[in-house]
Design a protein around this ligand. Structure first.
Ligand SMILES: *Cc1c(COP(=O)(O)O)cnc(C)c1O
Length: 462
């Protein structure tokens, strides 16, 4: 299978090339040339597979021979053996037909582990084969950073540079990054917000001439196709618990960079019977404004109680925009590069396509706290401030009560204890493997929001 760019200005690339670059050379995002189609019967035949077995079946459709089946299978088994729950992604029933899919049982307690533990192994496999050394560069709103460091720190073929917005990630998130030990690990706190970090990363990728000879950058943000690919799996895993008895299922997804929900959209395109896909946002609600009003304009980014979703320019939305514009790559380029604070709109037909695929809601900080408290009191279950936005959005957008509604739980509440405390609840406890996290020693540098300074630092550290 080949991968094409959403901007149409480069040749199709192989899976290996796509994993080893991330962003397409023309600044676009890679998408598969065609999406594998599955029948309901075929999907149902996977019902009794373990998480890792199912992951292998789905992922191999996209890897398509770029890694031998036996090697890939072992990689997938090793990846999900790192998770601290036998089911890997267990479902919890909150209320009648309302479910939470717990995606926080990986090493860093957020759903990012599902993809980054695998991406680390894929990278190591390809780099070992090529005997090539690369620099991983990523921006994080908090959780990608630690998951990427955990997933890639063991590889002798990578140096890894993670930019996070200074003072805008939670203490636990920061510690999970800055306490990772290894001389190939480099944490950079940028004086700015997540969009600033993401911009530096995108600019560094578009002109890599600052790197020493022979080096290239690899992206581990959700612009890297392998991340989307790995995340498709849990939509199937969750749906398979229901679709022998139910017609379809619905998902509500706390959304920032649109990677997680885009994986759900692909699952649906592959044939998984998904009725509703709900985009759940915090007050940084550009995606909600687009779905509800056909207005896609930038406003000031605001810090919220759900910092991993404090994003205005959702990178992966470009992958959906490509479909919405029916593959017209000029239109995609113009739309995404011309974004501004004035109102951007699409035609009624295009907007209709977006609305046919997604519902949306925006949830305030105040409601976030209220619902955390309400669910704890009613069901004795503690939600993190991202997950709760999905749960609330599900209640707001649900179109019927017979379709199981599954909210993705994207993080463990201990990562965001500030919100939990604000909701008037007790600070959650760390799982055993992280019980001494707050006492570990940190290493990171603080840098201005400046591309040249970051580039110089990277060059000198290689
Ligand atoms: C990354 C993240 C999100 C947003 O996911 P996207 O793929 O960027 O939409 C939501 N919640 C948590 C806890 C996250 O870490």
């Amino acid at each position: 299978m080949k991968y094409i760019s959403t901007r149409g200005e480069c040749e199709p690339h192989s899976f290996e090339e796509v994993v080893l670059t991330g962003l397409a050379p023309d600044g676009g995002l890679f998408i598969p040339e065609s999406v594998p189609q599955l029948t309901r019967e075929q999907i149902l035949s996977w019902k009794n597979l373990s998480y890792a077995e199912l992951a292998f079946e789905i992922i191999r459709l996209y890897v398509d021979g770029a890694v031998e089946d036996e090697v890939l299978k072992q990689m997938v088994i090793d990846t999900y053996a790192e998770f601290n729950h036998p089911e890997v992604a267990p479902l919890k029933e909150l209320a009648d037909n309302e479910w939470v899919l717990e995606l926080f049982h990986g090493p860093t307690l957020a759903f990012k582990d599902f993809a980054l533990q695998l991406l680390g192994r894929l990278l190591d496999h390809f780099l070992q084969k090529r005997q090539q050394h690369v620099a991983i560069l990523g921006a994080t709103s908090g959780d990608t950073g630690s998951a990427a460091l955990e997933g890639c720190k063991h590889s002798e073929f990578v140096d890894i540079f993670i930019l996070h917005p200074h003072n805008r990630v939670s203490e636990v998130q920061r510690k999970q990054m800055t306490t990772v030990v290894g001389n190939n690990v480099h944490n950079i706190a940028v004086s700015g917000n997540f969009d600033d970090c993401q911009k530096i990363v995108k600019q560094a990728f578009s002109d890599q001439s600052f790197l020493p000879d022979g080096y290239q950058l690899v992206a581990v943000n959700s612009i890297n196709w392998a991340r989307i690919m790995a995340q498709i799996v849990y939509y199937f895993y969750a749906a398979l618990k229901f679709i022998d008895k139910n017609e379809a299922v619905s998902f509500s997804v706390p959304t920032g960079n649109f990677g997680d929900i885009y994986a759900g959209y692909l699952a649906k395109r592959m044939g998984l019977p998904i009725k509703q896909l709900i985009i759940a946002t915090n007050k940084n609600d550009i995606l909600h404004r687009f779905i509800s009003q056909n207005q896609y304009n930038l406003t000031g980014l605001e810090a919220s109680l759900s910092p991993s979703m404090d994003i205005m320019v959702s990178s992966n939305f470009e992958r959906f925009i490509f479909d919405m514009f029916k593959g017209d790559t000029d239109k995609v380029s113009n739309f995404v590069t011309g974004l501004s604070s004035t109102v951007n709109q699409v035609s009624e037909e295009e907007w209709g396509l977006a609305k046919a695929n997604f519902d949306s809601a925006s949830v305030s900080d105040e409601t976030t706290c209220e619902v955390i408290k309400e669910i704890q009191d009613k069901h004795g279950y503690l939600l993190d401030p991202h997950t709760v936005i999905g749960v609330k959005a599900a209640q707001l957008c649900k179109k019927d009560s017979v379709t199981p509604m599954i909210s993705l739980s994207t993080a463990h509440p201990v990562k965001f204890s500030a919100a939990v405390e604000k909701a008037g609840l007790e600070t959650p406890k760390f799982p055993h493997h992280l019980s001494d996290l707050l006492q570990r020693e940190e290493t990171y540098v603080v840098m201005p929001n400046d591309l040249a300074e970051v580039e110089t630092y990277i060059k000198q550290s290689l």
